[in-house]
Design a protein around this ligand. Sequence first.
Ligand code: ATP
Ligand code: MG
Length: 173
Amino acid sequence: MRRHENDSLIIGRFQPFHKGHLEVIRKISKASANLTIGIGSAQYSHTINNPFTAGERYRMISDSLKEAEITNAYIVPMEDLNRYSVWVSHVVSMSPPFSVVYSNNTLTRRLFYEAGYEIKDSPLYNRPEYSGTEVRRRMLADEDWKILVPKAVADVIDDIDGIGRIKGLKDDI
Ligand code: ATP
Ligand code: MG
């Protein structure tokens, strides 16, 4: 049996971190001794689909966890690696120990399964609204995006003029 059998991993891009992410993390954190939240595609920022830096996303998640009183989660930025055969090793090298992976992504599930990890389904909450794509769409359309994210995330985005940034990026297209 693997050590750290109650420690788990979830990965997202969190562009931005929204209430669906927070709900699933709240649930997983209760079922886990420790939880690692991997910030995927960490190297990307300042594009229309990846507007926020790894550091900005780190702040969004860290402040949201504090607000929600979730204390057993580690946050780890993880750059993409365009070589799937070594991607699991890359993630493992960046992360505190874990043996359970929560994911709905077919490739992620397959790669960790082949490496001997336990795979669990990651429940989706109010997916039509709680989606990064929908939050970014509303930001550009001047619709209410703040209702879809934890207050801590709205505060970070206001602080960095995230709306100004994403609108400026759109003008470049
Ligand atoms: P985007 O539309 O930018 O792809 P996203 O909402 O799909 O954003 P990601 O940053 O791609 O979020 O992160 C994906 C991870 O977040 C997956 O593990 C997925 O299961 C989880 N997730 C995304 N939306 C929800 C939700 N509404 N409820 C629960 N988990 C969610
Ligand atoms: Mg997604």
